[in-house]
Design a binder for this molecule. Structure first.
Ligand code: SF4
Length: 321
């Protein structure tokens, strides 16, 4: 199935109702191979933007114009998807062009890997909101959890995020905490948490969000952190940064009825699953598709082996093959 650049709206606990723009496709394109990645393992890590043949600004504008005719009442337009958006160096130009055709706030979700580069920070500075992930405050934990391509150093990322703060967009740091079924390094030991808290304090973002795995991870030995440990860790962030800066997320999506005009529902469902494994309820809520219609679409995609069913601790998810 041909991949489209614009997808969703995606149900997002942080962004509400967000229309996604995927600028690195067609396959997962990333310089990390995170143990918790909801897209599965990174088969081939790219070393930098120079390795990526992403989509063009013209393709983004054309795709978005078509989508905006069908989807109303968006909370955000978000650059994210099947890889790391900062790997496409046209990102800044794309954001400027999107602003010419829409007043919806623009977010970029990044793995932070390239923020030590000034050209990448200049691109990110065009957004209204940058959501940057940071799962470690020490190199050893960083390498274990994010499994970056060689040459990416955590210290450069931390200083890059510090330099990004104050360049324009609101900066939110997303801290995903993981536990493990086996003896594998995680970011929830007292030592790892202390390093992480110090790193976030140094960056001084507008908000830090602390949460755990809620979708099937790339590695099956990765499991969600207990509610009790999450609360203890959030308390450490509260103590260091001030409670008003820290959000602790257990679960939950905001829901809003907006009346989407559907085109090809099958493609819309596939595009959503491709970027984010979802349950039937999540798809139904995001795309406003009746459960009966959705069951037929899911069966069709399963029958053609375009998606697979994965059983997680909190239910059945569908992920693209
Ligand atoms: S979670 Fe994000 S940064 Fe990590 S491997 Fe997946 S796409 Fe890349």
């Amino acid at each position: 199935m041909k991949q489209r650049i614009i997808y969703g709206p995606v149900p997002s606990r942080r962004l509400g109702r967000s229309l996604g723009i995927d600028i690195t496709g067609p396959e997962k394109t990333c310089n990390f191979d995170c143990v918790y990645c909801q897209l599965g393992c990174t088969d081939k890590k790219v070393s930098g933007p120079e390795d990526v043949c992403g989509v063009s600004t013209e393709e983004v504008v054309e795709g978005l114009k078509n989508h905006l005719k069908k989807v109303k009442q968006l909370d955000y337009i978000t650059f994210s998807g099947t890889g790391e958006p900062t790997l496409n160096l046209a990102l800044g130009e794309m954001i400027r062009e999107v602003r010419k055709i829409s007043n919806v706030p623009i977010c970029v979700i990044t793995n932070s890997s390239l923020v030590s580069r000034k050209d990448v920070r200049d691109n990110l500075a065009q957004a209204d909101l940058v959501v940057a992930t940071l799962e470690a405050g020490d190199e050893k934990t960083f390498k274990a959890i994010n499994r970056p391509v060689s040459g990416i150093m955590l210290d450069d990322i931390i200083h890059g995020l510090k330099a990004l703060k104050g360049t324009g967009p609101r900066l939110e740091i997303e801290v995903l905490l993981v536990d493990s079924k086996k003896d594998y390094p995680t970011n929830i030991s007292d030592r790892a948490v202390d390093e992480l808290v110090q790193a976030v304090k140094f960056i001084n973002p507008d908000v830090v969000e602390v949460f755990t795995v809620s979708r099937p991870p790339a590695e099956d030995f990765i499991i969600p952190v207990s509610q009790q440990r999450l609360t203890e860790i959030a308390q450490k962030f509260d103590d260091a940064l001030g409670r008003e800066m820290v959000r602790l997320v257990f679960k939950g999506l905001r829901r809003k009825i907006t009346g989407i005009k559907h085109g090809n529902m099958r493609d819309e469902v596939y595009d959503l699953i491709l970027r984010r494994p979802c349950t039937v309820d999540q798809i139904s809520s995001a795309l406003e598709i009746d459960a009966k219609d959705l069951a037929g679409i899911i069966d069709g995609l399963l029958g053609k082996n375009e998606i697979v069913e994965i059983t997680a601790e909190d239910g059945k998810y569908y992920r693209a093959v």
